[in-house]
Design a protein around this ligand. Sequence first.
Ligand code: FES
Ligand code: FES
Length: 169
Amino acid sequence: MGLPHWSSKEAEVIELHINGVRHRVVGEPNRSLLSVLREDLDLTGTKYGCGEGQCGACTALVEGRAVRSCITPVHLVAGRPITTIEGLAQGGRLHPLQEAFLEVSALQCGYCTPGMIMSGLALLTANPDPSEAEIRRFMNGNICRCGTYGRIVHAIQRAAQKMRKEGRR
Ligand code: FES
Ligand code: FES
């Protein structure tokens, strides 16, 4: 008989603050944030791509900064504010980045899109008026297999403009 993934001896209760909601999860503290989001909390908007920190599909924000959730042990983010794609729309309105991605069709299959939007948000939080070169540099670790990079840059520029106009970050 094989060993279980974690024994009850190793299990810990971990409190997570995700999109303004507190969750208590029980499990092995070195599990990835991505597996806890998807498997325990049913927050499946954050995608599994490479599982090795190389593609950006799993990007979430911790204290406003982009992290690769597939390689982030969940215990490291306990008690810190986490934002996932599910937390962006407010009051029935999509976030300006989500609107802009739709408006300029910055997606084809859409698999990379949540990660692209979360990285875009981290960028615009730190730099509300990035140049095209700054966008390309910042988004460099996010891979789109459909090759929609040009439209993704355009969407981020458009969202940045909207957000400045609305005075939001
Ligand atoms: S799935 Fe995390 S970076 Fe690829
Ligand atoms: S839209 Fe298909 S991977 Fe980016």
